[in-house]
Design a protein around this ligand. Sequence first.
Ligand code: ATP
Ligand code: ZN
Length: 298
Amino acid sequence: MIAPRDRLRVAVQKSGRLAEASLSLLGRAGLAFRASRDRLFLYGENLPIDVLLVRDDDIPGLLVEGSCELGIVGRNVLEEYRLGAPAGAALPAERQALGFGGCRLSLAAPDGGAIASIGDLDGLRIATSYPALVGDWLARNGIRADVVVLNGSVEIAPRLGKADAICDLVSSGATLAANQLHEIDTILRSEAVLAAGPLPQTGLRAEQIERLCARIEGARSSDGARLLMMQAPRTALAAITRLLPMRESPSVLSLDGLPDDIAVQALCNGALDWQHLEDLKRLGARGLMVLNVERMLA
Ligand code: ATP
Ligand code: ZN
């Protein structure tokens, strides 16, 4: 146990893909900081909230230990920790999705090889830095494959003969293409999330946490909102809902004379990208339209 503190602590990535956007979000939530000399801490100047600058992989553990109350981390890192923890362990939890750092954890196989779909993975080796997420996905899909854990350069594993397929984070797909790999399935859609530790909070501390979460939500509600409109087969609605980074439940309308189809309007966050639209088309959606939202009043 650590000594009680009167100031709230938020852990964010020290350097890397999430670092700048995380601090920018806290700034838009009204926090002002001064850096410590060792650059491990940012002292909150206008509120009793400090920022801990750490490696992203350390954030779930810091939340569980109580070294910080909140953290900004990729859902991929949070879910890997949650799935990899022993049964009954106290777990950090996602409080809100933050709409940046969008990527997907995807299975990919060598171009021109024998693996065309997920069923072909049976009995093969999959290289990944996400063994818990991949293991969970394999179990859920009834596939028996060996998971080879690598902590970097996962995409070259097939060429080195270390694995037959990989599971890694993808955003544009350029790294996969450069390594003659193609995606066969997505196992997790990720973005940066605000995560909270498992310790019950009370009194002033609980109020501080709720206040910061509300401010972050407020800062977020004005940025990146997009209205996605489409027509789709009624049977695809559940899959569409799972796929999209939606800010609220979609509106679903019936179409005159087309009983098997629906029109869907979904308010999405800034994570909505081309890949989502292509995935929707694959689910049978058509007439896709994305409109930037100028103003909103809840
Ligand atoms: P650290 O030094 O903090 O351990 P890292 O090398 O593990 O950094 P980054 O590469 O900075 O991490 O990625 C941080 C997070 O950014 C990822 O966990 C993921 O959520 C997100 N991300 C977004 N797009 C990508 C991408 N194309 N590849 C990898 N991560 C991505
Ligand atoms: Zn990391």
